[in-house]
Ligand binder design. Structure first.
Ligand code: IPM
Ligand code: MG
Length: 358
């Protein structure tokens, strides 16, 4: 049976970068006779404008039915004034929650050829290769009770940071197993000096470590990790953290590489079905101008092939092609050092040429 790929371009540059990824997907599908069926639907602000909701039911159902989802980006100033339920970002959180995509893998790696683009010195940043494993369907993002109380003196607002044992175990398992496949170091990040939920998190992760004697486990407080990522990022291999801390730390890690336009991510459920999206947002300032870097999206396609579509060779081909593309000096605007750069629509063509030549 053919594997179902659902493309959700979303808003802004999401449209352009998913078009590039689909071009690569179409090419490998034809060239290597893969059995994929690809459909595309509106989500985010684009869906709100057409249907009055950022996540129509048909889209949610198609997403549940898909083997892999390629998600572009959502959001834009046009929709900033809307209530939360209508906002483009709500589509993202609904998909994560409804599809049970609890494991968010956010690699941050540097092509040494691009070290000039990093805000850090070469000696600190060269060879960077970190994987952040962020919990994505729990914690303070979804914790109940939550609310704004506006009939009291003074008024107040509150959220709940909550994790149960199973939620911690399943994300820690993904993190330990990822570390086993990499350099066998895992750093668990929380605020156990202040928060009960963090103490609990630390105790469970510590208890689980006896099942992974080959993985060296350490613990850090989130504020310290923010600092360590900038001072000495190469001390890390895999980092595991909660929804909120993982959100913050993954932005820091992504920035270290110089361009957020290079980094992919995967959000997986327990059967490794998932949604794959670039780390960058919808970038309204450059949207529609053919200037965006589609490599993060093409690299997200590679993660989809690896994790959800069981096409590891294809994933390797794309990763190698991206590496060669950079090594050959090809640049998009965000990573260029001069005016000589490729437009969005040129990138997929080059990547396809490189794959053909392999
Ligand atoms: C991310 C984003 C989202 C988050 C926003 C857009 C809701 O920052 O994926 O990191 O906070 O998870
Ligand atoms: Mg974020």
């Amino acid at each position: 049976m053919s594997k179902k790929v659902l493309v959700l371009p979303g808003d802004g540059i999401g449209q352009e970068v998913t078009a590039s990824a689909v071009e690569v997907l179409d090419f490998i599908t034809d060239e290597y006779n893969l059995d994929f069926s690809v459909a595309s639907m509106s989500v985010g602000g684009t869906a709100f404008n057409k249907y009055g909701t950022p996540i129509p039911n048909e889209v949610l159902n198609a997403a549940k039915d898909a083997d892999a989802i390629l998600f572009g980006a959502v959001g834009g100033t046009e929709w900033d004034h809307l209530d939360w339920k209508d906002r483009p970002e709500n589509a993202l959180l609904t998909l994560r929650k409804e599809l049970n995509l609890f494991a968010n893998l956010r690699p941050a790696f540097l092509f040494n050829e691009l070290s000039e683009a990093s805000p850090l010195k070469k000696e600190i940043i060269n060879n960077l290769d970190i994987l952040i494993v962020r919990e994505l369907t729990g914690g303070i993002y979804f914790g109940e009770p939550r609310g704004i109380v506006s009939n009291k003196e003074p008024n107040y607002a509150f959220n709940t940071m909550i994790y149960n044992e199973e939620e911690i175990r399943r994300i820690a398992k993904v993190a330990f197993e990822s570390a086993q496949k990499r350099n066998k170091k895992l750093c668990s990040v929380e605020k156990a000096n202040v928060l009960e939920v963090s103490k609990f998190w630390r105790s469970i992760v510590t208890e689980m470590s006896s099942d992974y004697p080959d993985v060296e486990l350490s613990h850090q407080l989130a504020d310290n990790t923010a600092m360590q990522l900038v001072l000495n990022p190469n001390q890390f291999d895999v980092i595991v953290s909660s929804n909120l801390f993982g959100d913050i730390l993954s932005d820091i890690a992504a920035t270290l590489t110089g361009s957020i336009g290079m980094l992919p991510s995967a959000s997986l459920d327990s059967s490794f079905k998932g949604m794959f999206e670039p780390c960058h947002g919808s970038a309204p300032d450059i949207a529609g101008k053919n200037l965006a870097n589609p490599l993060a999206m093409i690299s997200s396609l590679s993660m989809a092939l690896r994790y959800s579509l069981n096409e590891i060779d294809m994933s390797d081909k794309i990763d190698n092609a991206i590496k060669k593309f950079i090594q050959a000096g090809n640049r998009t605007m965000d990573i260029a050092t001069d005016e000589d750069y490729l437009m969005t629509s040129d990138v997929a063509k080059k990547i396809i040429e490189i794959i053909k030549d392999e």
